[in-house]
Design a protein around this ligand. Structure first.
Ligand SMILES: Nc1nc2c(ncn2[C@@H]2O[C@H](COP(=O)(O)OP(=O)(O)OP(=O)(O)O)[C@@H](O)[C@H]2O)c(=O)[nH]1
Ligand SMILES: [Mg+2]
Length: 451
């Protein structure tokens, strides 16, 4: 690295029992020694040992009582000398400790700089480094599980296998090109080459399929609540998210914007969207509101159609039902505490509930849980393939397809060889074996400070 020693608070700010401040770099131990007063100087502390003491001002007055953990290079997260200081939580103590460290020569860390150093020092590959963000941002147990697997290197292993097999293919072709005139070199069998490329192409397609599933695990499924005005969409939304998030009223057209909330079911997360009632009016705002509802519905994984038990089924209800006909949907008959209109008889199988009184809501939750399980249940997926990885794989796949075409068209072997080389370069960007500095900076800038 560049020799600087970086510091940041690694825990989230605000009230809490403790905060952890992390230092990494050559001077970590020396800098801490200047501001720490404990039984043993840190420079003499055994590797991976914890020492109790105080952080002090230059005049020796104590700032906070702390516990120091010393991890020496290369056996640390970043591969450099790392000191972690656990001080008391809150806003002030950690800030004052960091200020002292900066006074003594540490530099404030940039977002993701610790993880970036870990990558540059060979402690982890890029896919593993990215898993750190996914772990921090995981919104459900499944997402967390997959991210932890990625951190352990499962994703990297899959890509390395792909790379190895392509590498073997390309070196064989290249040997053929370079030594074509020499005796004892068997000419590459184009059929075998085609088979090999087909196998790699199939594996990459699997990775892209995993990307689609992973997207759902990471981001959750989108559930849109739709229905005509005043049927109780917002009341149901509030019940599901478990708080009074949206305004509800007896005035039709209360909700205009799309409002989002998260609901955890079955170890996964659902992103719930409350929308404006369809058919609320013809003014500009109403038209825009309905347009937004439609857009939301277009991207949704599931539509929750809400009907009002106390009113006869109307043309608007039928419009909504027509719009969701081709996508997964659940019909909910709300206001079932009121006398039911006969016309709703045809929804005998629909879920009945009362958002007002609360009954039936657990059944709706269970229904959503089942839906999530049906869609994500088998996705205790081994790996999460991020959008960035998918872009690399798509580039690689394009290269392999060109290579396969070149082979079948009988072009000189230089052509498929160069296409496979391109495919390998694309793959190398996943694990970071081959990656531009600019891309690296972009990736790590998405981290937060202290990671
Ligand atoms: N009796 C009864 N009233 C309900 C029930 N659910 C909602 N309401 C009432 O119906 C009215 C409309 O509820 P909202 O949740 O605002 O309905 P909405 O579908 O979001 O309405 P818009 O945003 O205007 O489209 C409110 O006065 C609610 O208190 C229910 O289960 N039973
Ligand atoms: Mg509403």
């Amino acid at each position: 690295m560049n020799g600087s020693t970086i510091v940041a608070v690694a825990t989230s700010p605000g009230p809490g029992a403790i905060s952890v401040i992390r230092l990494s770099g050559e001077a970590s131990v020396a800098i801490c020694d200047k501001i720490f007063r404990g039984k043993t100087p840190i420079s003499q502390a055994a590797d991976r040992s914890a020492i109790l003491g105080e952080i002090v001002d230059p005049d020796g007055s104590p700032i906070d009582q702390v516990m120091l953990l010393v991890m020496r290079a290369p056996r640390s997260f970043t591969g450099e000398d790392v000191v972690e200081i656990s001080c008391h939580g809150g806003r002030l103590a950690p800030r004052l400790v960091v200020r002292r460290l900066i006074e003594e020569g540490a530099e404030p860390a940039r977002p993701g700089e610790f993880t970036k150093r870990a990558f540059l020092n060979g402690k982890m590959d890029l896919a593993q480094a990215e898993a750190v963000i996914d772990i921090v941002r995981a919104g459900s147990e499944k997402a967390l599980k997959a991210a932890v697997r990625q951190l352990k290197g499962d994703l990297s292993k899959r890509f390395e296998e792909l790379e190895d097999s392509l590498f073997e293919t390309v070196t064989r072709i290249e040997a053929n090109i370079d030594f074509a005139d020499e005796e004892g070199i068997t000419v590459v069998d184009r059929e075998e080459l085609t088979d090999r490329l087909k196998t790699s192409i199939a594996k990459m397609k699997e990775v892209l399929a995993a990307h689609e599933q992973g997207k759902h695990i990471k981001q959750g499924l989108d559930v849109v609540i739709v229905g005509k005005p005043n049927v109780g969409k917002s009341s149901i939304f509030n019940r599901l998210v478990g708080e009074d998030r949206v305004i509800t009223s007896e005035v039709p057209g209360t909700t205009r914007d799309v409002v989002d909330g998260l609901v955890g079911v079955n170890g996964t997360v659902l992103r719930l969207h409350d929308t404006a009632g369809v058919g609320v009016g013809t003014g500009a705002i109403e038209r825009e509101a309905v347009e937004r509802t439609r857009r939301m519905l277009g991207d949704a994984d599931l539509a929750l159609v809400i009907l009002d038990a106390s009113r006869p089924l109307s043309g608007e209800d039928r419009d909504v039902l027509g719009e969701v006909a081709d996508k997964p949907h659940l019909v909910v008959v709300n206001k079932s505490d009121l006398p039911t209109r006969a016309a709703l008889g045809e929804f005998g199988g629909a879920l009945r509930l009362s958002a007002l009184e609360g009954w039936g809501v657990p059944d709706l939750m269970a229904g959503l849980g089942e839906f999530a399980h049906r869609n994500l249940g088998d996705l205790d997926c081994e790996v999460l393939v991020s959008e960035r990885h998918a872009v690399c794989v798509r580039g690689s796949l394009a290269g392999l397809r060109r290579a396969a075409d070149a082979v079948s068209e009988g072009l000189p072997l230089e052509f498929p060889a160069s296409d496979i080389r391109h495919a390998l370069d694309c793959l190398g960007e996943v694990t970071g074996r081959k990656i531009a500095r600019r891309v690296l900076d972009e990736i790590f800038s998405r981290f937060c400070i202290g990671k």
